[in-house]
Design a protein around this ligand. Sequence first.
Ligand code: ZN
Length: 692
Amino acid sequence: MRFRLPLVPAFAAAFVVLAFAPPALADPTSVAIFPPQGARFLPGQRFDIRVEGKGTAPYSASLSINGRPLHFTSGTADPVATDGISPAGWGGFNRRGYWLGKPGLYRLSASFKDGSGKAVTAETTITVESLGNDDGWGDDDDHDDGRRGREQGRDRGIKNVIIFLGDGMGAAHRTAARIVSKGVTAGVPNGTLAMDTMPAVGLVHTHSLNSIVTDSAPGMGCYTTGNHSRNNQEGVWPATVTNPFYAPRVEYLGHYLHRTRGTSLGIVTTADIEDATPAANAVFTQARGNGTGICDQYLDESDPTDSRAYGTGLRVLMGGGRRWFTPSDKDTGNGVYSSRAAGNDYDKLPADLVDRWGLPPEAAGKIDPTRNLAADFQAAGFVYADSKTKLNQALYSQPDRLLGLFAWGNMNVAVDKLAERRYRMGIPGYTDRVVRDHQAPDQPLLEEMTAAALSVLKKNHKGFVLMVEGAHIDKQSHQMDAERAIGETIEFDKAIGVGLDFARKDGRTLVLVTADHECSGFSLIGALSGGIAGLKALPPDTDVLDPTKAPNRQSVVGVYDAAAFPSYPILSDGYPASFDVDGKLLVGFGANGDRYENWLTPSKPSRESLTPTKLASELAGLSYASNIPVTRDEKKNGYFIRGQAVGQEQAVHTASDIPLSAYAKDPDAWLPFAGTYQNIDVFFKIAQVLSR
Ligand SMILES: [Zn+2]
């Protein structure tokens, strides 16, 4: 028996394993490292590194750069909840606020292990671009003081950057604005747009990190970070974290220049200020719709004391979106609307993020739907205007900081703002109803906001970054409301004129005009054959579905010779008296949703998606159409056009390249923008021009 004794425990042990151990663990899955492969940075530009994976706790990870170990700033090996921001079943490890000084290629290698004991590796290669000078950021070690460098005390060269971002603006939008506002005679335009006068034109690819077709979040963010993001995300990478604001960041142009040069940031838009394009200049989030957190972060990371240790140096914030600046408990639905909510805010940013991005503790964020954000902006030195009249008053005091919130959600479009102005001037045929119905009867035009922004920003002699967005070029193209989209493009061009005037006098300002993507496949197919009166008298086309029978309104589309030269009477404000003129320009939508087409301007805009809920229902009560164009009764005497993509109720963005125009007094500053290049290249071209 004795000889068997050793075998018994061995057999028993094996039995125990079979009976009580969990089944053999699989390798960890979804192991990833951020930044993604191919990411590019400026010397000294901050970014977060994250290693994450799915598996069974406990998790551990290691990280190296070009073979040299790099320590994490959060994520510990033993606990189940590694870094505290990874969801159940995930482990996460972060290195926050990293930067590299020396241009070149860097290989980041990570090893991720879970409770199975098995390690999975992940690698990414990133590039630090040369600025074509000595860069001056020291070696490639970890530094906490990113402010070192050669960027101090410049007295020549480009110091200001103005980016005019025509959201959704393709080449056809520009052409339409010129034809309508200037006219054409015998093949020669009767005038030029402001943007036509800019010397360099480039063609920009608009893809995002995960699609050929981008939305505005990565569409804008690629210009301001030099990096692609996933759709709907801005200033961050698509890591798996418990709050969209905790995702790994990449530093914006505004932050980088504020920190290294002491510049200020201005953001001006005709959209709700929470919208993707404005936010992709200053806010780090995976959720472009989380307005409470987004608007809080504008202020919390604005560095109002100009410490230059962190933040954007935000001095101008103008647009719509008062609903996010009004406490939730003040939402009366009686002309006072709030959309602030705990569900789209964020609580305390991770401690290592706060530490490594140099944020003061009070900037870490909290869940505060009852915050009076407008009051907090004022306490931080911003003069606040909620109407055009108040804006004019505010400018008399020559403020250092300016907050303008001119509507509760999106601002109204030029066509409707102008109708109100013409009505007040006593011109017959116009009404102030639309702006009044939106509880925003006194809104500035984009060129007025641009002039106001420049008057504030120019006070900082160290320079500024200003982004001016013509937001409704996109929004009205989604709606397939051609006339309002063209009106917006004209308004946008007038703002560009203000920027160019400033730049020509100043001499040290780079002006870029571009889009984030094209919207709707906007195309100029011809002009109306015959008059408006005849068009209005036609019987309905609704039932004409037989392809051998042309609907009446299809047969009035004049193409080639019949299109000739549309001509619009222009009022002294620079806009057509009406878009519905005989021989009017006709627009098709190649990326359309289902719609009815009758070629006439809808009398009212549709309800915008960025509108406080109560205001939206009030507008519905006033018979404003929903933002699903096919439901618009006013168009239903037109013929039905089936859109291509199921479930797309509006026209969609397209993957087309978009034009970019550049101006600076010094030709060496605009020349780099000629040619064809990626959207992310624009960021590095700006940086190179600034460092010359
Ligand atoms: Zn859009």
